[in-house]
Structures are given as structure tokens and as C-alpha cells.
Design a protein around this ligand. Structure first.
Ligand SMILES: NC(=O)c1ccc[n+]([C@@H]2O[C@H](COP(=O)([O-])OP(=O)(O)OC[C@H]3O[C@@H](n4cnc5c(N)ncnc54)[C@H](O)[C@@H]3O)[C@@H](O)[C@H]2O)c1
Ligand SMILES: [Zn+2]
Length: 365
């Protein structure tokens, strides 16, 4: 088992990565919470139900009182209404201020559970058990929680760190191909923003990774979690450095919103967004043509990405509603080289528009 500490104040927590962790969830929690184990509420979605059952069995063996609550699946279920109805169910099930929520599912489950935990009775503990690749390398770590509004993604949310994250690569065996690949784009992102070894590993090990080779997976998940840990440690509240994690997300979020969260997986939108960022970087002279092409080629190697039919105007409108827009200025994270990005504020709208038009025609490489 690989252990990575997320060194946030006042209470650091561990991300544990390894096969068989789900079977041991009960003993992990007993160890964490000591002699008076709390009541646990496992929040899950139908596709992750099987893994929730493994967790539930393990809690039972550890003698921990618990219940399983299923919620609706999908990005469109990441809404305030879901939080409210879950809260009502928690009250009816007797959850109190000492209870602990366990999120067993993908990033949507984790974001909703974390948000709910942060406001339920003014805040209770929660544990992340991410069951998608994307959630294991990214969403489950760092304490950002939230839900979407019709106007845009993640516009309501809080910072609330989990007490523990358990990432077991075995859960990835049931992930549909498209969701699995979508997560790999976030790993590519980690490489581009901070660690070229991740990027090069993904260039080299494409076939291994697409076969979901457990050894390759543990290496990649661990490397990505280290990137996230370092960035979150330096800037928990996203005032500075943490913004680099938004690489590919500026245009990506706009595409997701403009297509009603239906056409693109989050990771796929990030794939397009990284191509867009490389393209904008090229247009503005921050990124060499060689680096931009290399990024585009790496994204496409983990494709195919669904074609986007979104007009430049729609994207510009969405950008105006984005959290990354402050005082009317949208901040873009642009690649400098593989492993290093920079934040640029003054990207002209016409450059963004031209880039989006290009995305509509498909990839360059
Ligand atoms: N909080 C953060 O810091 C952060 C970071 C990145 C992304 N996110 C959010 O995460 C979300 C995307 O996460 P995601 O890609 O995990 O999406 P998701 O949670 O929608 O999961 C994708 C699909 O896979 C299913 N699934 C989950 N585990 C499975 C398994 N083991 N086997 C089979 N099916 C399974 C899900 O039920 C869903 O249908 C977005 O809402 C994004 O905004 C949050
Ligand atoms: Zn993301």
C-alpha cells in the first residue's frame, strides 16, 4: 500500500493506494476513529453499488453500525436538490453530528457527499472511497466539494477535507471504457502542469494503461496524487498555485455547460480544454508549436474525443459566468513546457473564439 499525506491544517490526512483496501475499509476506519467508532452512512450510486457492498461487508466485519444510501447517478444529479433529499434521508435514518459519511463512487458522488458533509448539522466528517480513475487521481483529494447550477459547474461549494481517502485500483475493473479513458485525461493534466515523468510514462505506456495493468495503474495514481498533494499543500484555498489544477478546465467547463452536461464526460471536456489551452498558448507565443503538438498528440492517443458542436459565442458567454473569471477577466492556464504551466490573464476573446472554431473541425494531429 502506498501512503501519501495531504498536509493540510489543522488535520492532515492520508491517501492510501493499493489492492484490497476496500475489503479492509472497516479496520481502516476503526483505526482512524479509535475506540468509539461512529455510525457510518455509505453514499453511493447504482453503478458503484457492488463496491459499496464490499465496503459495507467490511464495516460489518469490523462491527461498525452503518447504512447504505443510494443516490441518482450522473453529472446532472450533482445538484442542490440531491443534497437536500439526501439530508432529509440522513435525518430520518438518525445521522447525528458524530456520524461519518462515506462516498463510494466517482467524482460526482464524492463532490455531493463532501458538500453534504460540510453543511450537515454545520459539518460532519467524511471519507472518500473513489471508484473511478478520475476520482482516485483528482476529485477525491483536496477537499473541494460542490454541486452545479444551470448557469455553470460547481458554482455552489465549500472546502471541506475528508478524513481519509481509500483508492483501490481493483474497483476500476468494472469501469466502462469511456469513463476510464476520461479519467486518464486528468492524469495527463498532472503531467503537463507539474511532472513530466507522468506525461512521458503515459506516452510510453499507453497500451499497458488501456489494458488497466494494475502495476502501471498504481504507479500512475500514486504519481498523480503526489502532484495534487503538493499543490493543495501549497495553496489549499486556491488563491495562487492551486489554480494550475484548472489547466484544461477553462474551456473544458464551458464545453460541458454548453452541451448540458450530456455529451461529454468531464475528463473528455478537459481533453478538449487542454488542446484548446495548448492552441491558445501557441497563438500567444507562450507555447512552442512542438510542445502544443505533443500535448495534442498525447490527448488524442487516449481518445477518441466526441466531436464538439459548440459555437465560439456560447463558449465566451460561459466563460463570463466561470469562477475563474474575476472582474470580467478570465484566467487561462497555458503550457510553457511539459511539466510547467503559467497563468495568463489577458487572453483576447478573438483568440479564444478562433481556438473554439478550430476544435469544431477536430484535432490537428
Ligand atoms: N472536487 C474536486 O476537486 C474535483 C476534481 C475533479 C473533478 N471533480 C468532479 O468530478 C466529477 C467527475 O467525476 P467522475 O469522472 O468520477 O464522474 P462520475 O462520478 O459521474 O462517474 C462516471 C460514471 O461511472 C460510474 N462509476 C463509478 N464507479 C464505477 C465503477 N467502479 N464501475 C462502474 N461504474 C462506475 C458512475 O456512477 C458514473 O456513471 C465532475 O463533476 C467534476 O466536476 C471534482
Ligand atoms: Zn477535472
Amino acid at each position: 500500500v502506498q501512503d501519501i499525506l495531504i498536509p493540510v491544517e489543522p488535520r492532515p490526512y492520508r491517501v492510501r493506494i493499493g489492492d484490497g483496501l476496500l475489503e479492509r475499509a472497516g479496520s481502516e476506519l476503526r483505526r482512524l476513529f479509535g475506540r468509539r467508532p461512529p455510525r457510518c452512512f455509505v453514499l453511493t450510486v447504482p453503478p458503484a453499488r457492488r463496491w459499496a457492498r464490499v465496503v459495507s461487508g467490511s464495516l460489518r466485519r469490523a462491527g461498525m453500525e452503518h447504512a447504505v444510501l443510494a443516490m441518482a447517478d450522473g453529472e446532472r444529479a450533482k445538484a442542490l436538490s440531491a443534497v437536500e433529499s439526501l439530508a432529509e434521508r440522513l435525518v430520518r435514518a438518525g445521522a447525528d453530528r458524530n456520524s461519518v459519511l462515506l462516498a463510494v463512487g466517482g467524482g460526482v458522488t464524492g463532490d455531493v457527499t463532501g458538500f453534504l458533509a460540510s453543511i450537515y448539522m454545520r459539518g460532519i466528517d467524511y471519507v472518500q472511497v473513489p471508484t473511478t480513475f478520475l476520482a482516485q487521481v483528482d476529485a477525491a483529494i483536496g477537499g473541494k466539494t460542490g454541486v452545479n447550477l444551470a448557469a455553470g459547474k460547481n458554482l455552489l461549494g465549500t472546502f471541506h477535507q475528508p478524513r481519509l481517502v481509500l483508492a483501490d485500483p481493483e474497483v476500476l475493473t468494472t469501469l466502462p471504457e469511456r469513463d476510464y479513458r476520461a479519467g486518464l485525461f486528468e492524469a495527463l493534466k498532472c503531467g503537463i502542469i507539474r511532472d513530466r515523468r507522468i506525461f512521458e510514462f503515459m506516452e510510453r505506456k499507453r497500451d499497458r494503461l488501456l489494458e488497466r495493468d494494475p502495476k502501471a495503474l498504481v504507479w500512475l495514481i500514486t504519481a498523480c496524487v503526489r502532484v495534487k498533494a503538493a499543490v493543495v499543500a501549497a495553496d489549499e484555498r486556491e488563491r495562487g498555485l492551486r489554480r494550475i489544477l484548472n489547466f484544461g478546465h477553462t474551456v473544458g467547463h464551458a464545453l460541458e455547460a454548453a452541451t448540458g452536461y450530456r455529451r461529454l464526460r468531464h475528463g473528455e471536456a478537459v481533453g478538449w480544454g487542454m488542446i484548446a489551452a495548448a492552441e491558445i498558448g501557441r497563438a500567444l507565443g507562450h507555447t512552442t508549436a512542438a510542445v502544443a503538438d505533443r500535448i495534442e498528440r498525447a490527448v488524442m492517443a487516449y481518445g477518441p474525443l466526441p466531436r464538439v458542436h459548440v459555437s465560439a459565442n456560447e463558449v465566451l458567454q460561459r466563460l463570463a459566468a466561470d469562477k475563474k473569471t474575476v472582474g470580467g477577466v478570465t484566467h487561462f492556464v497555458l503550457p510553457r513546457r511539459i511539466g510547467q504551466v503559467e497563468i495568463v490573464a489577458d487572453v483576447p476573446a478573438r483568440v479564444v473564439a478562433r481556438t473554439v472554431e478550430r476544435l469544431r473541425q477536430g484535432a490537428r494531429v
